[in-house]
Design a protein around this ligand. Structure first.
Ligand SMILES: CC(=O)N[C@H]1[C@@H](OP(=O)(O)OP(=O)(O)OC[C@H]2O[C@@H](n3ccc(=O)[nH]c3=O)[C@H](O)[C@@H]2O)O[C@H](CO)[C@@H](O)[C@@H]1O[C@H](C)C(=O)N[C@@H](C)C(=O)N[C@H](CCC(=O)O)C(=O)O
Ligand SMILES: Nc1ncnc2c1ncn2[C@@H]1O[C@H](COP(=O)(O)OP(=O)(O)OP(=O)(O)O)[C@@H](O)[C@H]1O
Ligand SMILES: N[C@H](CCC[C@H](N)C(=O)O)C(=O)O
Ligand SMILES: [Mg+2]
Length: 499
């Protein structure tokens, strides 16, 4: 593409040099520069990409995009593009170079502290059921309509995102369900993508290490909606908002008159409203009132919090053109989201669930849900991530202690931190609850399972679908589901040996 045509999509740019240059790609890494590429200098969270402009020039960059003006002593042939916000400009250029694939796809995005992955999986299931092919982007995996691969980020960088959306379109997908993380919004990864439905699930404590304050975290989420209200990119996005959540209500009020707002939850003002929720160990049912009609929703998921995820999926699907009646029928066959309230088996009458709860609110919900199944005892095994929001630690402990009969504190990705130091911060929130601290996660799981009694439920929380445990010096293979299954088999064998 000729630079002149490409940069016409940028609203604010000062050019120094030729616009007749042909370019075919943009990159934010000097290490990936080859002739024909634009090197975009990003002010990163650890490094400033502007430091690598000379490396990019040496590698033959055809143009430089930067937040600084061309230096006075600049002699290189590469055209210089001065923009106020490199990350935003990269999003626009990447989308333009790819031919804006999202224009040909029904796009549903999901943001919020908890429930993004689950809601995106449910939406993907609805889209696939209705349209045969649909894409999925999120924490666990990327499904481009042809094949699935593990995800590196919840929301990929804008360049990778444009590439994946292109593959989805070319593979015949009609829609995409994707998670939109607060990092993704803040780093403008989705700044140039139009959406048909934007879901807000809830807002509770997480990621304060990155955003600093709770208000900044809320602002990051809200910015996505406000940006699309100001510039909907040619689509008509509906804001699909949980208004049982206080921040959701605030957002819905702020968007009134700017975007169509679809409210969901249990409260009487909802457009998609749930009533009469019931559950057992195999699934749930509730009554849905939407568009003046009533439906009985039945799905193989447990937990009142999953009512929100189901409502969000049905409402967002409706904004994308899938009728609630059809959605309700498809949800009878809703998939097990890997590592989300996943029943991994039982032995000696005790049942094990693996869940990804790694925030105080999620752990509270997971524990409460399992306690509602009236186990003899609820034993919760969990830890807190290293190099992440430290404020979560005592709060997660308090949530676990409130609803569990016994707690086993262990490690969850200590990263660069000392596992014992993390555990002692967690212990401060337990408030005297019966507990055992076992830093080695496999031993902690073995301990909980070996000491279980018939009728107990064991919740192993925090890692869900993850398959590794990250330490300062090494990352080892570790999968809660595989480990728990092995421990359950050993326990079943031990019980049968004793007979
Ligand atoms: C903190 C954070 O979010 N970092 C992300 C960010 O990196 P950065 O911009 O800060 O990069 P940096 O290392 O400071 O470098 C600045 C620039 O210099 C460039 N550079 C650097 C060296 C060099 O020799 N040449 C060069 O050009 C780099 O390519 C980069 O463009 O932008 C990169 C590209 O998009 C991301 O890969 C990277 O994600 C890191 C790996 C990460 O761990 N992110 C996590 C926290 C994250 O994004 N999580 C969210 C939410 C998860 C959830 O709760 O669901 C997610 O969406 O996954
Ligand atoms: N709507 C919800 N409200 C509160 N808690 C929820 C909700 N949905 C799921 N959870 C809890 O949060 C955990 C994470 O759920 P999920 O993976 O769907 O969220 P996420 O927003 O994608 O999280 P992450 O940002 O870490 O990827 C679940 O394992 C469950 O314990
Ligand atoms: N996307 C989240 C996941 C956390 C999961 C938990 N296992 C942990 O490591 O804290 C993060 O990186 O903060
Ligand atoms: Mg997720």
């Amino acid at each position: 593409m000729i630079l002149r045509d490409l940069i016409s999509s940028l609203t604010k740019v000062t050019v120094a040099g030729s616009l007749d240059t042909a370019v075919y790609a943009v990159t934010t890494s000097s290490r990936e520069v080859t002739p024909g590429k634009i090197f975009a200098a990003i002010r990163g969270t650890t490094l400033d990409g502007h430091r690598f402009i000379n490396d990019a020039l040496a590698a033959g960059a055809s143009a430089i995009l930067a937040e600084t003006a061309q230096p006075s002593d600049y002699t290189a042939p590469a055209t210089w593009l001065h923009v106020p916000d490199s990350r935003e400009a990269v999003s626009i250029l990447a989308s333009t170079l790819a031919g804006h694939p999202w224009q040909d796809l029904k796009m549903a995005g999901v943001t919020g502290t908890n429930g993004k992955t689950t809601t995106a999986f449910l939406l993907h299931h609805l889209m696939k059921s209705a349209w045969h092919r649909a894409g999925l982007l999120g924490t666990i995996l990327v499904d481009d309509g042809g094949r699935q691969e593990p995800a590196k980020h919840t929301t990929p960088g804008s360049i990778e995102l444009s590439a994946v959306l292109t593959r989805m379109r070319d593979n015949g997908c009609r829609g995409v369900a994707m998670e939109v993380s607060s990092h993704g919004i803040h780093q403008k990864r989705v700044a140039a993508v139009g959406f048909d439905a934007c879901v807000f699930t809830n807002l509770t404590q997480d990621h304060l290490d990155y955003h600093g304050t709770f208000e900044a975290y809320f602002k990051a989420k809200a910015d996505w909606f406000h940006a699309l209200a100001a510039n909907p990119l040619g689509k008509k996005p509906a804001a699909v908002i949980n208004t049982d959540d206080a921040y959701g209500r605030e957002l819905a009020v702020a968007l009134e008159g700017k975007l169509p707002v679809i409210r969901f939850g249990f409260n009487v003002h909802c457009d998609f409203r749930a009533n009469n929720f019931r559950q057992n160990a195999r699934g749930m049912e509730f009554e849905l009132t939407a568009k003046g009609k009533s439906f009985l929703v039945r799905a193989p998921l447990i937990g009142r919090f999953n009512v929100y995820n189901l409502l969000a999926a049905i409402a967002a699907a409706s904004a994308c053109g899938i009728k609630p009646r059809d959605a309700v029928a498809f949800l009878l066959e809703a998939p097990q989201v890997p590592g989300r309230m996943e029943n991994v088996g039982n032995a000696g009458g005790a049942t094990v669930f693996v869940d990804y709860a790694h925030t105080p609110d999620a752990l509270e919900n997971a524990c409460r849900t399992l306690k509602e199944l009236e186990p003899r005892r609820l034993i919760t095994v969990f830890g807190c991530g290293g190099d992440r929001d430290k404020g979560k630690r005592p709060l997660m402990a308090a949530a676990a202690a409130r609803h569990s009969d016994a707690v086993v504190v262990t490690s969850d990705n200590p990263r660069s931190e000392d596992p014992l130091a993390i555990i002692s911060e967690v212990e401060k929130g337990l408030g005297g609850k019966a507990s055992r601290s076992i830093p080695d996660r496999s031993e902690a799981i073995n301990f909980a399972i070996a000491n279980s009694l018939s009728g107990d439920i064991i919740l192993i929380a925090g890692k869900g679908h993850e398959t590794t445990q990250q330490f300062a010096t090494e990352t080892i293979d570790f999968d809660d589901r595989k480990h728990a299954s092995k421990a359950l088999r050993e326990r079943a064998q031990a019980i049968s040996d004793m007979r």
